[in-house]
Design a protein around this ligand. Sequence first.
Ligand SMILES: Nc1nc2c(ncn2[C@@H]2O[C@H](COP(=O)(O)OP(=O)(O)OP(=O)(O)O)[C@@H](O)[C@H]2O)c(=O)[nH]1
Length: 561
Amino acid sequence: MAPEVTAMDNRLMMLKKRFAERTTAQLAELAPKLADWQNGVCHPDDLQDLYHLLHRLAGSSGTFGFHQLGEEASELEQLIKEVIHTVEPAQLLTACQIEPTVLARLSQLSQLLLAAEAHTPTAINWELVEHTGEKTQLLVLDASLAALGEALMTYGFNVRHCESLPQHCTQCWHPASIIITPAALLNQVVAWNQQQAQTQHKAPAPVLCIGQDDSFQARYALAAQGADGLFMQPVEVPKLAKRIEQLKAEQQQHHASKVLLLDDDQELTEHYRLVLTQAGKNVKVMAEPEGLLAVLAEFRPDIVLLDVHMPPYSGVTLARMIRLEPEWLSLPIIYLSSEQDRDLQINALAQGADEFITKPISDEQLIRTVRTLCYRARQLAKLVSCDGLTGLLNHSHIKQALTHEYARVQRLGHHTSIAILDLDHFKQVNDRHGHGVGDVVIKALAQVLQKRLRTTDHLGRYGGEEFVIILPDCKLAQSELLFKDVCHHFSQLSFIGSDGTFHATVSVGLAELNNFSGEEQALNAADDALYQQKQAGRNGVTCYQHPRLGRDANLAQDETD
Ligand SMILES: Nc1nc2c(ncn2[C@@H]2O[C@H](COP(=O)(O)OP(=O)(O)OP(=O)(O)O)[C@@H](O)[C@H]2O)c(=O)[nH]1
């Protein structure tokens, strides 16, 4: 049976067709010039055009399946480069220095294009395609872990329990986001997991083991078998829940990674965009560098892929230009270029980029490379921007997010709320139960917020027991309901203190960014509202009231806008 052609295959084939048409037209324009060059007359501009054409073909032909054309163009590009560098422009007009053999090879290029066999769009290794926005589904294996499965349900995970090995269970449900298994079954589970991943065209689910043997040998054996985590019996369920949340966050992070691609070759860029989008990346493409700084500020990519050769611009200088802004000093910039010369590559890297990807690159290599670079970039950014205790944004980064969101609100006008949260009577918690217990309370509030808020919201630990949250596309009335729910939920949690269990509460002040002439004013207004809530008895939410309007009018105006 013929393999099914997907919409993606069709689009890739269309791009290949466009590439072939454009190249055919450009090579046809070259033909009459070759005759002049044979007669020893050559204009320097024509030579530059020839060089640019060969450079483009060297970098992109392989991606569209014209491998021979790409290799030949790459060799000819080097030869023409030598001519350009060694001959005085004035000489070119009268005494053309291009060897007859090179001219003959140039005249054969269109035949290489025609002769190229119809190329099936490059096969994508679907194993590389990441989980896409699935809810965390835990598959807990075998009867011995039934109680653990139930405990995990109380943490809000969607748990499926299978009494035996999944290969012996006809109803066993897949896909699972994460699998939890007794260590003794790991080998069989990993084999089943990999086979499922292949048939479902997905990356294998991470496997967490529950073991009893804490020896070096036992741990080493589990690592060799492919375990992604190990927890000893009796399992500390909160620790396990935290690891599950981390794995889930990593899966979502992969999916949400943002890639900015700047290359003036339209078909090639579109090809890369399709391939990376299909692999779960959020890709923005630019063909002209002029709007680069505005796009960086708006899109905020995790990495930038930058073509080196974009006449009249140079990618190397653009990388330097990006680095002029302190905000982008640590943004990973990766050159995409057909430049093979290692010395030139190293020189280019010294100007401000981090990596060099040499074109042509296969789809699989592109996905793998971008995925690794995005992951590394996110890990680094996290280290720099996150608060160590809670994992939320630290003070300077939540302020940076606020400035950025305020600018977006000014431009786009969407309703955006800001909240300040402060734990109530927290000094007493510390004094009575110690700082360690106080830290547990702070972490618990951070977890409640992470669970309750959207991934598009910005969560930061502003100070010791104070949090700032920015909610784009959220009106004041919606935020008020949301934070009332957070306050209620948080007040129900039990903490273990020095003299038994206790509860903690939090107060919230809210304001809407749209109503203020600057982000600092909005922050101060939310702080005023927080102060009022503290005065009014804590454990609740107060919205900032515009001096001109009463509370109802404030919310009513919010609803009708
Ligand atoms: N455990 C812990 N305590 C912290 C941390 N950062 C700040 N704190 C404590 O948080 C307490 C804040 O107390 P106050 O500002 O007096 O306010 P409060 O007792 O919460 O009272 P109200 O805000 O009026 O409800 C102080 O005791 C700080 O030492 C931290 O990282 N961990």
